[in-house]
Structures are given as structure tokens and as C-alpha cells.
Design a protein around this ligand. Structure first.
Ligand SMILES: Nc1ncnc2c1ncn2[C@@H]1O[C@H](COP(=O)(O)OP(=O)(O)OP(=O)(O)O)[C@@H](O)[C@H]1O
Ligand SMILES: [Mg+2]
Length: 356
């Protein structure tokens, strides 16, 4: 009997706060959710995108996979933070062969690392709107050392890394799959993670601006720790509205959360303003799509919409994915969905690599 091999990869998003795993089933025209889970990491396991406690991370991956009864070994994972540089550059029109060489030289000006220390990739976007003799290119550089660290980690956990992506592109992939046919031209994908907020502005589906803000939802946790003298774990629970304690009544906690959230909102607003004032094309962001655990901060959607004046909503990474009701608690999935956006984009990557 002939049967189609289910050639999907396990999407593994190693965030600095939480590990997320998404497994999909590809039935040709549709994808179905097969497995999904998250696990918290100790507070200092990953600092500023650098792996500090690989044993703790390996442990968390192994345990999560065991709890979810994951059989798949071939995975796609991603990297984010300061090891990743995404830049849009403009070059004179030239043929394919010259591009590679020119990109190498150009990159030295745009990338703050030794060019020998990074893996360089690029995508030609097309001719420049203002000058048809020029073309726009997206340049991507990822530090080799970081890629190696992640590869080692994943292999140590017993998996085969097939795809090593960048968080931003995985998120873009997830958005594209789920929001096909969306009529807006310029949208901002904003991922508020535990320690990092990534802004990626897409014009007709391609990155035209990207910026990282080096703080995220952990900032709110830290403020709560200080204000109510709590340890990290309890402050996390308080932020999620799950801490019963005499020290903190609901309204003081809420105003402390709001105060801390304000600084993230401000940074987001500033970055979008910067895009609007510096953009050569006069394009304006028509919609903001939030993802990451920080999108679950009470009122954050309204705060961002108010501060930027732009329609804001939270991503649903399972919008076009079937979730079998008999296997999943739909309320839970709906609740946790924004955290799954990157992992879903990774799980949608095809297993096209040659089998080892
Ligand atoms: N229900 C909730 N309410 C408020 N905050 C939440 C909730 N659930 C998760 N968070 C916060 O979201 C953050 C984790 O989000 P996410 O998993 O997207 O980050 P990460 O990918 O681990 O981090 P990074 O991308 O910065 O490395 C944590 O700071 C957590 O406290
Ligand atoms: Mg993340």
C-alpha cells in the first residue's frame, strides 16, 4: 500500500522564558494540530540570547517531549536576539554572480561582527521604488557561535536539527499561513517575549523595517518582585493573576503591571514613530499584530492601540489550523495561543533536507 509520509518537523521554540513545542499533521491542503506544549525555564538559563545553563534547557526539552509523548526526532528551531541581524539595504542593480561578492563587502558596513563569524544570507526584494536602477535586499546575519550552541543543545536533548531559522521569519511564516488574503499592505508583527520585543514591519509581506527592544514581559515581573518583595516565580504568578497573597491586592497589582507595561508600550510607539518619520515610501503601519507571552499582559492591546493610534490585535497562530476537539482543551489553546506563534511557524517548515 502506498501512503504519504507525514514529512513535518517538530517546531521547537527555545525562548528565554518558555520552551514551546508544536507538532502539526500535514494532510496536503490542511494542517491539523497534533501536539502542543510549553515548559518554563529557570530565570537565568538564557541571558541576552546566550545559553547560560544548557543542562537546565536540555532537561526542560527532554521532559516536555516526554510529557507530550513526542516521537518525532527531526525538528526545526530558531534563534533570536543580538546574534541575529536583519537589515534592509539598497544596491545598484547587478547580476546574480556579482551580488554574492558585493553582499560580502556591503555586510561589513552593516553588521557589527567580524564577517567570518557570521552566516550570511540575503533575499532580493526587487527594484527600489524611488530609483529603478537600484534594488532592495534583505540581509540576514547570524553568529556562527550561537548557531552552534543551539545545535549542540538540541542534539544533546536527542533531536535532529533540520532547520535553524530566525524567530522573526518563523513568526512571519505563521502569520502568512494564518492570515492569507488579509487586505492590509503595511502591518507590524510585534512579538513581546520574556526578555525581548521584536518589531518586524512588513510591506506587502516583506520585511521593510525590523528592530529589537531589549526588554520584554520579564520587566513587568521584575517590577512586581521589587514592589511586593516577591521571588521570581511568585511575581510571575501574580502577573498572570494566579497568586493568592495578603501582600498584593488585585488593584495595586494591576496598577503596578500597567506602570511597567507602559515602558514597553512607549518603546514600541517610539520605534513605530521612527519608522514613520524615516520611511522613504511614506508607508504607514495599518495594523499591529501582537504575539508572545507579553501579548497576554492585561490591557496591552488597548494601551498599544491608544499610544500608536493603530488598530492592534493579538495573533491567532491556529486560525487556519484544525484543532481536534477530542484531543485538546480549546479554552486552554485559545488562552496560550500567542505564545505558540513562533513554534507554529517553525512546525510549518517543510522537512526537505536530505535524511542523514
Ligand atoms: N497569562 C499571562 N499573563 C501575563 N503574562 C504572561 C502570561 N503568560 C505568559 N506571560 C509572560 O510571557 C512571557 C513569556 O512569553 P514568551 O514565551 O513569548 O517569551 P519567550 O519566547 O520565552 O522569551 P524571548 O522571546 O524574549 O526569549 C513571560 O514573561 C510570561 O510571564
Ligand atoms: Mg520568544
Amino acid at each position: 500500500m502506498l501512503f504519504r509520509k507525514n514529512k513535518t518537523l517538530l517546531g521547537l521554540n527555545i525562548g528565554s522564558g518558555y520552551i514551546k513545542m508544536v507538532e502539526l499533521k500535514d494532510s496536503g491542503s490542511v494542517h491539523t494540530l497534533n501536539n502542543f506544549g510549553i515548559a518554563a525555564l529557570p530565570a537565568d538559563a538564557i541571558v541576552d540570547g546566550t545559553i547560560m545553563d544548557s543542562a537546565a534547557i536540555v532537561n526542560a526539552i527532554v521532559n516536555l517531549a516526554a510529557n507530550l509523548k513526542i516521537k518525532k526526532k527531526r525538528i526545526s528551531t530558531s534563534i533570536s536576539g543580538h546574534s541575529v541581524i536583519v537589515k534592509k539595504i539598497t544596491l545598484p542593480l547587478m547580476d546574480e554572480n556579482t551580488i554574492e561578492e558585493t553582499i560580502q563587502q556591503e555586510a561589513t558596513q552593516h553588521i557589527p561582527y567580524d564577517i567570518n563569524d557570521v552566516n550570511l544570507d540575503f533575499q532580493i526584494l526587487g527594484s527600489n521604488q524611488d530609483n529603478p536602477d537600484n534594488m532592495d535586499i534583505v540581509l540576514v546575519a547570524v553568529k556562527k557561535e550561537t548557531i552552534n550552541d543551539y545545535l549542540l543543545l538540541v542534539e544533546e536533548a536527542g533531536f535532529v536539527p533540520v532547520v535553524v531559522d530566525v524567530d522573526t521569519f518563523a513568526l512571519e511564516n505563521s502569520y502568512e499561513y494564518n492570515y492569507e488574503g488579509e487586505d492590509k499592505t503595511v502591518i507590524a508583527l510585534i512579538d513581546i517575549g520574556a526578555n525581548l520585543t521584536c518589531i518586524n514591519i512588513l510591506h506587502d509581506g516583506v520585511t521593510c523595517f525590523s528592530r529589537n527592544i531589549t526588554s520584554g514581559s520579564r520587566l513587568i515581573t521584575e517590577q512586581l518582585q521589587k514592589k511586593f518583595s516577591l521571588n521570581y516565580e511568585n511575581a510571575e504568578l501574580l502577573k498572570m493573576g494566579c497568586l493568592e497573597s495578603k501582600k498584593t491586592d488585585g488593584s495595586t497589582a494591576f496598577s503596578a503591571i500597567k506602570e511597567a507595561a507602559f515602558s514597553i508600550v512607549n518603546e514600541i510607539s517610539k520605534a513605530i514613530d521612527f519608522f514613520h518619520t524615516s520611511s522613504m515610501t511614506e508607508s504607514r503601519v495599518e495594523k499591529i499584530i501582537l504575539s508572545g507571552g507579553g501579548a497576554k499582559t492585561p490591557n496591552i492591546t488597548q494601551l498599544i492601540a491608544k499610544s500608536t493610534g493603530i488598530e492592534t490585535e493579538i495573533i491567532n497562530p491556529f486560525r487556519n489550523i484544525i484543532i481536534p476537539e477530542k484531543n485538546f482543551d480549546l479554552d486552554y489553546i485559545r488562552d496560550i495561543a500567542p505564545l505558540a506563534a513562533v513554534a507554529t511557524g517553525l512546525a510549518l517548515r517543510k522537512d526537505e533536507a536530505v535524511r542523514r
